[in-house]
Design a protein around this ligand. Structure first.
Ligand SMILES: Nc1ncnc2c1ncn2[C@@H]1O[C@H](COP(=O)(O)OP(=O)(O)OP(=O)(O)O)[C@@H](O)[C@H]1O
Ligand SMILES: [Mg+2]
Length: 294
């Protein structure tokens, strides 16, 4: 896979957004890209079980890469489904560029802003060829044909899918399917990307390249919610949000979060390898191997 930076229009980077920053007016540049405010959700038929999300406050601005980590069942995918109104909160609110997901008239605009990559790529493949699958979303937003063709070529190139362009997606490998879905969503150039374990089926080299690609999108102003079980990936984010039983138990820089052994233990998480090595060596906390040896 050769991942290259896509030529996204430059957008102004906003200042760091603090937890539960209140919305102020409707100017998109003064608004965080997305705000979850006191957001709770309980799945219907889940009986007396605790809510899947419990009073979550989270705000993410343009150009911010926020990793979301937590044990199985901690509410990460539920949070993702809330971001584009696929699920609506039964307490609190979710607003994308100031638009509440609870307002049906906002959903088209919200879904044009929020690009979602679900945990299971199968669920997101709609067409009979890789190329048509990428075209599908672009046609839906009504882009001119020439622009659609240009974006398809670029996405095929970025995700190393040129030779698979005519193939039926259901017969591809897991990683190839995941790349098809990623290519389709990235081609839409969304302002907010919500990625639910997007590299779970990619080989290690493609995983590294994908992280670099995401980093270039962030530099161009895309806001990114990056759900992952790979702590090495979370360590490259601007902020790490830790979910435990549906609650945000930490929202801070990766160094702060991964230095807190008690927090990680109670959330059922491990620190990334370099952090564990630096602890064993009694050295200052290192987030990368380069930092540890340098
Ligand atoms: N469709 C559903 N119906 C009922 N309960 C659900 C449904 N989907 C998830 N849940 C429950 O909601 C809680 C949060 O699930 P969620 O899928 O958000 O967790 P997650 O953090 O994404 O986990 P994983 O790491 O396994 O992907 C869990 O207790 C789960 O059992
Ligand atoms: Mg999940």
């Amino acid at each position: 896979m050769q991942l290259e930076k896509s030529p996204l229009p430059a957008r102004p980077a906003s200042a760091r957004i603090l937890l539960s920053t209140p919305a102020t007016g409707n100017d998109p540049l003064s608004e965080p890209m997305i705000i979850f405010e006191d957001c709770s959700y309980r799945y219907p038929h889940a009986g007396a079980l605790r809510p899947a999300l419990d009073k979550v406050d989270l705000a993410i601005g343009t150009g911010e890469l926020v990793a979301v980590v937590g044990a199985n069942g901690s509410g990460k995918s539920t949070l993702a489904r809330m971001a584009n109104g696929l699920l609506l909160p039964d307490g609190g609110s979710v607003r994308v560029k100031g638009m509440s997901t609870a307002e049906p008239g906002n959903l088209d605009a919200i879904r044009e802003t929020v690009g979602m990559v679900f945990q299971n790529p199968e669920s997101q493949i709609v067409a009979n060829s890789v190329e048509d699958d990428i075209a599908f979303g672009l046609e839906n937003i009504g882009l001119p044909v020439a622009e659609i063709e240009e974006r398809i070529e670029e996405a095929l190139g970025v995700f190393g899918l040129e030779e698979l362009r005519g193939r039926e997606p259901h017969w591809l490998s897991g990683g190839q399917k995941q790349r098809t879905v990623l290519a389709g969503v990235m081609a839409l150039q969304p302002g907010l990307l919500v990625l639910d374990e997007p590299t779970s089926m990619l080989d290690p080299r493609s995983q590294r390249e994908f992280i670099d690609y995401i980093d270039s999108l962030r530099r161009d102003g895309t806001a990114i919610i990056y759900i992952t079980h790979i702590m090495r990936e979370a360590a490259t984010a601007d902020r790490v949000v830790v979910l435990s039983e549906g609650r945000v138990v930490a929202d801070a820089g990766p160094r702060e979060v991964f230095s807190d052994e008690g927090l990680l233990r109670s959330a059922g998480l491990d620190a990334p390898l370099p952090v564990r090595l630096s602890r064993a060596l009694d050295a200052p906390v290192a987030l990368t191997l380069e930092e540890l040896v340098g």
